[in-house]
Design a protein around this ligand. Structure first.
Ligand code: ATP
Ligand code: MG
Ligand code: MG
Ligand code: MG
Length: 483
């Protein structure tokens, strides 16, 4: 089944069960506390909180999502994209656990020629929140799932929230056993590679006032009604139904991967084994395919590259594509080759990426060009420093990193990533201390220049520092803060 057909089947199934079919919202989160739409429930937050009255009591959607917190996993795990689509069914004070659980089971296990996805029931496992006996009982008694395939987990996995104050609640997740060739047995509690998480059923019941981490939050009270919020990873299900090993090999992603491999003249070996000589290029190709698609979809939703917030996320995605292609020997612009391939596979579901492609591509190509200019100067300098460091048997010192930043406009993250890829450590503390010294010099200068009663020190300091990137959205926040 094609990804698009899997999505349509979702809407049809829940449509027949009385759910309004709601089109995807933008990737730019309609909820101001979140940068991006990280889950299918985001557009419905005001309904869950009782701030607005929904025009329907049950709904289904296939929502475009971005999770920047997963960026480091992309290409390395089989299951994390920065962009993905979340199929969801929602109940606003209508049905609760006793219906949501059997709905999920029915859709997954009904044969494909009868409107379901036809997964083998023997391969399905579920988890429930530690003290959620009610959900465990429904799985066991109403669905008939053997108790051995129901596992209990703590807040980290089985208590969902957006990472911000808002609705939340315990959840029950469905996993698919990919088989002994993918890892040890023992269920999802033992191994999350062999047992692939596909669907999260959230029993949205509480209002959280403070969220410090996935496990550490304050429950302020009950919501005015008991709700259902579920999310199934469309690409994860597609990977199972298409019989491929990871989400980057599914029909909406793989053509971009193949195009990148052809441009770089490398063979994609589809390996997940870090010891395999093809592993590094495979990870790069998977990452490129993901990031090209995310860039396409973000620009299509109105994001433009910039130095902070959403714009910086987009900038970083495009830069990572360019760098990964360079590391495989391609120094020419690659976006003009890759973006149209992504458009062609995404256009069936999202016609806007075809209709608006002139604008989208102009934004992407200009960003790539600007970055190519920056790196051609800096990379030569970095390569020299790296090989000097290697032959001296040491790492890159703080002064090198500082010069790259100061003279070439190379962000420190880029230096860190590129040095790590070359197997060289960077004296980051040394770099930071040079940055501090520079700031202090600037401050002293500013003091000397201070005139009148206006203290311009802070502006001087900013000017001396040059442009700054706010990286907090992607670099420092813990996953729970972002998602
Ligand atoms: P994981 O543990 O695999 O990181 P999660 O628990 O963070 O997933 P949820 O927040 O429960 O994911 O989201 C609901 C569903 O959305 C998941 O069960 C999965 O199928 C899908 N999903 C989540 N994150 C991603 C991603 N980065 N790429 C693709 N699908 C995803
Ligand atoms: Mg996750
Ligand atoms: Mg999980
Ligand atoms: Mg989950």
């Amino acid at each position: 089944m094609k990804t698009q057909d899997i999505a349509q089947r979702w809407l049809d199934f829940f449509g027949e069960k009385g759910h309004a079919q709601v089109p995807s919202s933008s990737l730019v989160s309609p909820d101001p506390s979140l940068l991006f739409t990280v889950a299918g429930m985001v557009p419905f937050i005001p309904y869950f909180l009782g701030e607005q009255t929904p025009p329907y009591s049950r709904a289904a959607s296939v929502q475009k999502c971005i999770r920047t917190a997963d960026i480091e996993e992309v290409g390395k795990t089989v299951r994390h994209g920065t962009f993905f689509q979340m199929c969801g069914n929602f109940s606003f004070g209508d049905y609760f656990k006793a219906d949501a659980i059997p709905f999920a089971w029915e859709l997954l296990t009904t044969p494909q020629d009868q409107g379901g996805y036809g997964l083998d029931p023997q391969r399905l496992w579920v988890t429930v929140y530690d003290d959620d006996d009610e959900a465990a009982q429904i799985w066991e008694q109403k669905v008939g799932l053997p108790a051995e395939r129901i596992q209990r987990m703590g807040k980290e996995d089985n208590y969902w929230n957006t990472g911000q104050p808002g609705p939340g609640g315990p959840c029950s997740e469905i996993y698919y056993d990919r088989g002994p060739e993918y890892g040890p047995d023992g269920g999802p509690a033992a191994d999350d590679v062999r047992y692939l998480e596909i669907w999260n059923l959230v029993f949205m019941q509480y209002r959280l006032s403070e969220v410090r981490s996935k496990e550490d939050f304050d429950v302020a009270g009950e919501l005015q009604s008991k709700n259902i919020d579920t999310g199934l990873g469309l690409e994860r299900l597609a990977m199972l139904l298409q019989g491929v090993d990871n989400m980057y090999e599914t029909d909406q992603v793989r053509p971009v991967l193949d195009k990148a491999a052809a441009l770089a003249d490398v063979r994609y070996a589809s390996t997940e084994d870090p010891e395999d000589p093809h592993y590094q290029d495979d990870v790069r190709l998977r990452m490129i395919a993901d990031h090209v698609r995310s860039s396409l979809m973000l620009i299509s939703d109105g994001v433009t590259p910039g130095n902070e917030g959403r714009g910086y996320v987009l900038r970083r995605l495009i830069r990572r594509v360019v760098r990964a292609m360079r590391l495989m020997g391609v120094t020419e612009p690659v976006m003009p080759e890759l973006l149209p391939v992504s458009r062609d596979v995404m256009g069936g579901t999202y016609p806007v990426v075809v209709d608006d492609f002139d604008r989208i591509s102009r934004v992407a190509y200009a960003e790539e060009k600007a970055f190519l200019r920056t790196i051609s100067a800096g990379t030569a300098r970095l390569d020299a420093a790296v090989s000097a460091a290697k032959s001296a048997g040491g790492g890159l010192d703080g002064a090198d990193a500082f010069e790259l930043h100061d003279t070439y406009g190379f962000p420190i993250e880029l230096t860190l990533e590129m040095a790590a890829e070359a197997g060289v450590d960077v004296d980051e503390a040394g770099f930071r201390s040079l940055m501090t010294q520079q700031r202090e010099r600037a401050r002293a200068d500013a003091k000397a220049k201070k005139s009148g009663h206006v203290d311009t020190e802070v502006f001087q300091r900013l000017r001396e520092q040059g442009p700054s990137h706010f990286t907090g959205y992607t670099e420092f926040a813990t996953e729970s803060v972002i998602r």
